[in-house]
Design a protein around this ligand. Structure first.
Ligand SMILES: [Zn+2]
Length: 52
């Protein structure tokens, strides 16, 4: 199957990051498309999550 690796650093269209990660403790949570990671908080340490 054609799976080129062009587009340095760019996410592929239709395939955005699906996880949010806590930079404090490394907890990973499923990302909701409508909810940006930075509006979520880690359930363990309540740090603002970041995109994966
Ligand atoms: Zn955390």
């Amino acid at each position: 199957m054609p799976d080129t690796h062009h587009g340095a650093g760019q996410q592929r269209r239709g395939n955005p990051p699906s996880k949010c990660i806590c930079p404090q403790c490394g907890y990973k949570a499923d990302k909701s498309p409508a909810v940006p990671c930075w509006s979520m908080r880690c359930p363990k340490c309540e740090t603002t999550m970041v995109g994966g």
